[in-house]
Write a protein that binds this ligand. Sequence first.
Ligand SMILES: Nc1ncnc2c1ncn2[C@@H]1O[C@H](COP(=O)(O)OP(=O)(O)OP(=O)(O)O)[C@@H](O)[C@H]1O
Length: 587
Amino acid sequence: MEKIKNIYEKANIYVKMLNLIKEGIGKYFFLIIFINILISTKLALSTYYHKTIIDTVSKIPINMDLAFKTLFVLWILEIFILVFNELSAYIKTIIKYRIDYTISKRITDKMAKIKVEVMENIEIYDLLDRVNSNVPTGIADTILLIIDVFLNIFKIISFSFVLINIKWYFPIVSILTSIPYLFVLSKQGFDTYIMQVAQNKNTRKLNYLFEILTNRVYSKEIRTFNLIDFLVEKIYKIRKTIWDEKIELIYKHSRWTIYINILKNISIGICLFITCIDVIQKRTSLGSVVLVISAIQNMIYSATFIMQYIAKINKQVFYINDFNKFILMPEEEDTLQKSISNFKIVCENISFSYPNTSYQSLDNINLTINENEIIAIVGENGSGKTTFINLLLGIFKPTSGAIYVGDRELPTIINEFRKKSVCIFQNFIRYQFTVEENINAGNFGQKNRLKSFYAKTFLDFVNKLPFGYNTELGQLENGSIELSGGEWQKIAICRALCREDLKLIILDEPMSALDPKVESDLYHEFRDLCKNKQAIMISHRLGATKVCDRIYVFDKGKIIENGTHEELIKKGGKYYKMYKAQQSLYV
Ligand SMILES: Nc1ncnc2c1ncn2[C@@H]1O[C@H](COP(=O)(O)OP(=O)(O)OP(=O)(O)O)[C@@H](O)[C@H]1O
């Protein structure tokens, strides 16, 4: 049953892909096939007219009228071939572009839907890498290869008609000679694919090392720690391994290519020998020799090309399989836009282990966040705070237990829930765009809010920038401006708080890079900012949690204490100890 389902799914993907291709190139496919038929027929006709011209001039008296007419026809045919070859190249480029566009769009659409938890599996990155770099061009190449196979089949048929009149078995010899190519080349295609899969890990490492060696962002640290030699050495070792494997494979393949070429040349030699004997014994004309040589060469080349193209198509099939695997990757569920009537969040006995780990990062968490409540989550490094947020945002699913929002289970309203929640992650993205684009990203046109409290508190530094809100940030371009860590953090906070129709704000260590003045402004205004909203603040600065209604203390994936700041201080437990330890730093 499972097998039938798999076959059905695969067939479905091939059909979908054919539809994609149809949508991408449509009429161009038939146009190029038609042009190719014309080209191949013209090639065979040219060979026939070459024979005629030689036969005409080798007979005394020379029939000048026939000679000129034949030359004229040949000239017209050459011009036709020239024009059609150019037209064919032009249409092939259009086909390539259209397939590349259609498939790339399909890949990016799918990427946006893949479940985030799937991305925890490192092998997925290799697959994504292969799909991204090989599939769009791979599928375009496959289509063009199929077109080339057609072209060469027509060539063989046309030349066979010309050749069969001289020796009936010459076309068969030409085709048989090319068959070993199929086996050798398809084996080469398979070997190359297997090598590429095996080298994925090293290629990814190499890209990473190259990135940290050449990116401006890392250059200071790399130079301060004098890491250049260390990194170059690593790059050199990986490159050497990759190239050694490639060279070994090419050496193996070259040996086989030499063997089959020897076989091919022996066959051509035999056919030429037989033809020459016929000429000497006057069984055939001089023009026929030219026709035989040209036709056999063309047929063998065409048959060889077909074999090469089929082998290449076989190789592309591996990439198409990768594409299939990619398309079948699980997607975020569509929750049919169910509305959320009330935002009370209840976590019931939730536990969680990351994929590929044997320990629990969260262990039986029970926690309720009432509407308009502000809570804090505190705890030592690695105690499970960020993991809890990932579960709450539906990025990962609990291994056991459930999260409810109002009377619904989180997965059933996740899209709507995400629209109304925002999280500033510890490692938020520093978008290399303008200030305005950074703030408006995902904010659905909330420009006027830049004049509000957030702008006054966080964004006064923007006025100093050369183009104000239109200044390009980051290090992508020469004129762009790099911000300090705190300024980037202010922008990230603004981006989150400016969002319209917010119900839940999550701040994962939001103030770590802010100066004390901005930090204290933010704390004072925090309750106001969170009016009519729920908020979760994760912070190692325990003073900040005083503004929260309830504080949860995480320890090794469990909640070990909860209460208000005063209650937890009174209790004298873990929170009290952490608070005192921090306080002692300031007195
Ligand atoms: N992607 C992951 N794969 C495997 N284990 C992970 C992953 N992310 C986190 N962990 C583990 O889960 C545990 C909880 O990590 P988490 O990031 O939730 O801690 P945290 O309380 O947010 O820590 P911090 O205060 O340092 O940010 C840690 O033991 C960590 O090593």
